[in-house]
Ligand binder design. Structure first.
Ligand code: SAT
Ligand code: MN
Length: 606
């Protein structure tokens, strides 16, 4: 479809102005059809950016290798350009919006020369749902178009909902690599150098401007940029919640259903939890979403969640038939792989796939790679942040209501992190405000993989939203508190803190995790149903010793250890929050949270 056919004069003008600035060779409006997807893939194969995979083993799948400088979100080049710096808060980078737009307009001038500008109308959430939002992304990357096809709902049906004057979030994206006359990408992933990359958000005008990166959340602007950073601002203003949470459906042996959402910092197994295969007989877990939840209040006073996405953009390394069989099934066809290793028979391999490399590989840099298990220094064949982009509808346990436009009613929120000590296996907040307190102190142990952070220390990541909150985090805490104050608490989700990662003196994990986590989910289910047995402690409600059936390999003493109140550990936790965490938010830290801190401390000292 061409620009002239656009029925929305505002959108048409916005596209024409962008084209005048970025000067692409041509402009195309995306229709979202399979033919269009296939054409995008063909273009990327023809320009040497994509490798088609073995059609017998991985039908409809392709592999991309990105530039080594363009392999993950770039948090230090991500900006919340609010009018006032104080509104971005201490956890976001800030540049004055006028100055930033000037800089970026300079970068966008002529940036699409030699390329096609694609206009992608997309819906976050089922098309036409009250909770859904429409965005339009302009991009010069066919890789982005193909990924957006999987991750969002794209095309003509979105334009129909938009009509002639509907609202959309305008999103600019350019890889920042114009082509000279006759020049082709010729197998080289296009992007700009790091100091020219900008992932910018303008919260007052609700615009997203991204430049210089073609990878993941930097370029697929519906995901972290719209569905979290901009949506968190909309949610604050409109009284709902846009959260970095999975959504799962759990059914007990009697056939009763509850829905649970959960926020976890990265590297805590969120996608695995969303697709968990329960070991507990009679229980089932199904997936509604693995990364983002948008939640609004229904007429009955309950919170209803939708998954704004349509696909999974998951980390490949560590994904295998034990850690996540459902993900492995999901990505057997129609999947885009990025930065994993290629086998000789044109299949894929990554570290932690569950078996040794089957012969010689091509690594994510495009070099020959032969596994050398004796060499601990060997560089991985797949980049640690290599990804699969797979359609959610291919997930064997996708819940039948995953696209229900009214969403699913949420009974519980989980918060969690990687905490080797102190934090028990599961702990229920005594009240909404206590739960908000727990969300505000979420932290996770830094693993060796994280750059420039000391391994073994706890990095606080409130609500797992640290890189994704589009405004001052202190005001975000306030928003959560207000949600509790302005609604009937008995209808709000109950809040739980979970920790699968407790270690014993020998440094070994005490709890087996994965499917066995269903035992904890079952207790949470029962607490929401009013039947689960709990004891009131200074830190919250803990399960009674017999409330959670012990999995194999976990002794009675182990169970006691991970379900006790570690008074000394909690006192240290409280002191750390008081001295090092809360002061970061200055006088925007709601006084209610200091009151919670005081109350817990008092109970611990009693
Ligand atoms: O690159 S994404 O932002 O989509 C995924 C992630 O980094 O969490
Ligand atoms: Mn995420």
């Amino acid at each position: 479809m061409n620009v002239q056919e656009l029925k929305h004069p505002g959108l048409k003008k916005w596209v024409e102005d962008a084209a005048a600035l970025m000067t692409p060779d041509s402009v195309e409006v995306c229709d979202g059809t399979q033919a269009e997807y296939d054409r995008m893939i063909k273009i990327t194969i023809d320009t040497g950016l994509a490798t088609p995979l073995n059609p017998q083993k991985l039908p409809g799948c392709v592999l991309f290798r990105s530039d080594p400088s363009d392999v993950a979100r770039v948090e230090n080049r991500t900006y919340i350009a609010s009018e006032k710096q104080e509104d971005a808060g201490p956890t976001n980078n800030w540049i004055d919006p006028e100055e930033l737009k000037k800089t970026m307009t300079g970068l966008y001038r002529g940036s699409m020369k030699g390329r096609t500008m694609y206009v992608i109308p997309f819906s976050m959430g089922p098309v036409g749902s009250d909770i859904a939002k429409i965005g339009v992304e302009i991009t010069d990357s066919p890789y982005v178009v193909a990924n957006m096809h999987i991750m969002t709902r794209v095309g003509t049906k979105v334009l129909e909902v938009l009509g002639s004057n509907g609202y959309y979030v305008p999103c600019f994206h350019s890889v920042g690599k114009p082509l000279g006359p006759g020049e082709k990408d010729a197998g080289k992933w296009p992007c700009a150098p790091l100091d020219k990359k900008y992932i910018s958000h303008f919260p007052e005008t609700r615009e997203i401007w991204s430049y210089g990166s073609g990878y993941g959340g930097n370029a697929l602007l519906g995901k972290k940029c719209l569905a979290l950073r901009i949506a968190s601002v909309l949610a604050r203003d409109e009284g709902w919640l846009a959260e970095h949470m999975l959504i799962l459906k759990i059914t007990n042996p009697q056939g009763e259903v509850k829905y649970i959402t959960g926020a976890f910092p990265s590297a805590c197994g969120k996608t695995n939890l969303a697709m968990l295969i329960p070991t507990l007989p009679g229980w089932t877990v199904e997936t509604v979403g693995d990364d983002i939840a948008w939640m609004k209040f229904g007429a009955d006073g309950r919170l209803y969640a939708i998954n704004p996405e349509a696909g999974f953009f998951g980390v490949a390394p560590g994904t295998n038939n034990d850690s996540n069989r459902n993900a492995m099934e999901t990505i057997k066809k129609n999947t885009i792989y990025t930065n994993v290793a290629l086998t000789e028979d044109k299949s894929v391999w990554w570290e932690g796939i569950g078996y040794d490399a089957p012969g010689k590989l091509i690594d994510w840099n495009g070099n020959e790679w032969i596994q050398d298990k004796g060499n601990k220094e060997q560089k991985p064949a797949a980049h640690p942040n290599s990804r699969f982009t797979g359609p959610a509808k291919q997930c064997p346990v996708i819940a039948k209501e995953w696209e229900d436009p009214k969403g699913v009613p949420i009974s519980a929120f989980l918060f969690g992190g990687r905490r080797p000590k102190t934090i028990p296996l599961v702990n229920q907040a005594k009240s909404w405000i206590h739960g908000v307190f727990m969300g505000s102190i979420v932290g996770s142990e830094v693993t060796a993989a994280a750059l420039d952070l000391k391994a073994g220390t706890i990095r606080r990541d409130p609500f797992a939203m640290l890189p994704f909150c589009g405004y001052h985090m202190g005001d975000y805490f306030k928003h959560w508190i207000k949600i509790g104050q302005s609604h009937d608490e008995s209808k709000l989700p109950k809040i739980f803190f979970v920790n699968w990662f407790r270690k014993n003196e020998a440094g070994k994990f005490i709890w087996p995790g994965y499917g066995e986590n269903s035992r904890v989910l079952a207790w949470i289910f029962e607490r929401c149903a009013g039947t689960g047995k709990g004891v009131d402690t200074p830190i919250g409600f803990l399960p009674t010793p017999d409330a959670i059936a012990r999995p194999a390999g976990v002794s009675e003493d182990d169970m006691k250890e991970i379900l006790k109140v570690d008074i000394a550990g909690w006192k240290a936790e409280i002191a750390d929050v008081r001295q090092n965490h809360y002061p970061k938010f200055g006088d925007k830290l709601p006084k209610e949270l200091y009151a919670e801190l005081d109350a817990i401390e008092k109970r611990l000292n009693a």
